[in-house]
Write a protein that binds this ligand. Structure first.
Ligand code: ACM
Length: 463
């Protein structure tokens, strides 16, 4: 049987008792939030012994659970909290149906706990993304950032610009030309709806003004001289740029932003902004000063990689810190002016970094990231001038240059994403590596039985 604190992320308050509730063929769910309770996979009945109650006064994702010998009571102020409670119960439930007794009350440290999947360097299908969503929600991850465009491919259908996907989503796109595909608007809507049913907000990224070779290959009118560029499937960065002085650029960008905003119910639209080495600083400012207001015009809040903070930002804009340097003046300045920040330092949160130097998948430019390194840091200490209250949250990022399958994605994600999830949810003072490594050790058997690939990190005693 599990202990009441065998949960990742570790809940805020855990008070075990000697009770044991056993889920049997007769167990029923009842009460409020029936669509959420259904995720427990149990039948419902008005007098069910697993009761969901609308109540409590914390943030939407907060919840409490009381487990006695006779019943389980979940109390949550909103469906999102009931869903978080379901994830906790699924982790506590042993294969013979027993749940350890006691009381849990819980709420997140940060509102934004994300993971990014790069579907540009290698495309992943709707079904693969749905399967990934199923695996990440177990750890209370609530944002899925899709990196939809890059030099090697364009993966989202945009009306009026059909060659983006017909040409740059076709066979031969992706790193080494082996990751083709794109989402029609209906495919994307299907992902968004599936995510929303699981309380995950999709954050679409259109990376610009750099990382645009695929767009320029499809439409030479987007280049400086109007001449075609060659298709690129190598892993270089920093060589392509939209043209800041061309109105064609802004017609294109506005068409893309309008469409992606219309397809996305969530509040965020990520505009990239990273590694624009082929854009002068003046052109970068010109470009961002045109594009940031467009994001607002279509009702969205801009997220951008933290290079975006080198320009004056609307205070709703969110820089996402991704590099390894110990400080970043522009991000600190944006915070002083009122911006919130997402923390994704590559040497801790990049799921595409190798675990060990000889690991067959991944890159190593930010160093190797074994599980203890992914866990042993804190986002509120990461950058001078970027304290706890300025953080919107944390995000792990999985770039796909070396990935070829969903199993590759899973191997790089697990067990490191649970570490980042705990950093994003659990109060800092309650986090403890020795406790985490014990709790994550129970997961090997679950991932194996769920056919989810994972790295059996030697830092953990796997059950
Ligand atoms: C990034 O890794 N270029 C954001």
């Amino acid at each position: 049987m599990r202990l009441l604190d065998d949960v990742i992320p570790l809940p805020v308050t855990v008070q075990p008792s000697s009770a044991v509730f056993t889920i049997t063929a007769d167990t029923r769910v009842s009460g409020d939030y029936p669509e959420v309770a259904a995720f427990l996979g149990l039948p419902s009945s008005p007098a069910g012994d697993v009761r969901f109650v609308a109540g409590g006064d914390g943030p939407d994702e907060s919840y409490s659970i009381d487990i006695s010998d006779e019943s389980v009571t979940v109390t949550a102020p909103a469906p999102a909290g009931a869903f978080a409670a379901v994830q906790t119960l699924q982790q506590l439930r042993s294969s013979d149906g027993r749940l350890p007794g006691g009381h849990i009350s819980d709420r997140p440290r940060f509102a934004y706990r994300g993971v990014m999947l790069d579907v540009a360097r290698h495309f992943f299908t709707v079904d693969e993304v749905k399967s990934y969503i199923d695996a990440i929600v177990a750890f209370k991850i609530n944002h899925l950032h899709l990196h939809l465009t890059d030099d090697q491919g364009w993966r989202i259908e945009i009306p009026g610009w059909p060659r983006l996907t017909e040409v740059s989503g076709a066979a031969g796109t992706g790193v080494d030309g082996v990751g083709p595909g794109f989402y029609t608007r209906d495919h994307y809507r299907e992902i968004v709806a599936y995510a929303a049913e699981r309380f995950v907000t999709v954050v679409p990224e259109i990376d610009m003004p750099g990382h645009v070779n695929a767009a320029q290959f499809a439409y030479p009118s987007l280049t400086a001289d109007g001449e075609p560029v060659t298709q690129r499937t190598d892993g270089e960065v920093g060589y392509s740029s939209l043209v800041a002085g061309s109105e064609t650029t802004y017609t294109f960008v506005e068409d893309v932003i309008r469409e992606v905003a219309a397809l996305t119910p969530g509040p965020f639209l990520h505009i990239g902004g990273d590694e624009a080495q082929a854009t002068t600083a003046d052109d970068y400012r010109t470009f961002m000063s045109r594009v940031l207001p467009m994001v607002g015009k279509y009702g969205k809040r801009a997220i951008g990689w933290h290079e975006m903070a080198t320009v004056d930002l609307p205070d709703t804009a969110v820089p996402q810190f991704w590099r390894t340097e110990p400080d970043d003046e522009a991000t600190a300045r944006a915070v002083a002016a009122g911006s919130q920040v997402i923390m994704s330092p590559a040497d801790r949160t990049y799921l595409d970094m190798k675990y060990t130097p000889d690991f067959p998948l991944g890159l190593d430019w930010a160093g190797c990231v074994e599980l203890d390194r992914a866990y042993d840091w804190d986002p509120a200490d990461r950058l001078p001038g970027v304290p706890e209250h300025s953080l919107l949250g944390v995000e792990a990022a999985l770039w796909s240059e070396t990935l070829r399958s969903l199993a590759d994605v899973q191997t790089m994600t697990f067990p490191r994403l649970p570490a980042i999830a705990e950093i994003g949810w659990t109060p800092r003072a309650a986090r403890d590596w020795s406790s985490f490594r014990r709790r994550v050790g129970a997961y090997g058997a679950r991932w194996r039985s769920g056919n989810i690939a994972y790295h059996p990190s030697p830092t953990v005693d796997w059950e």
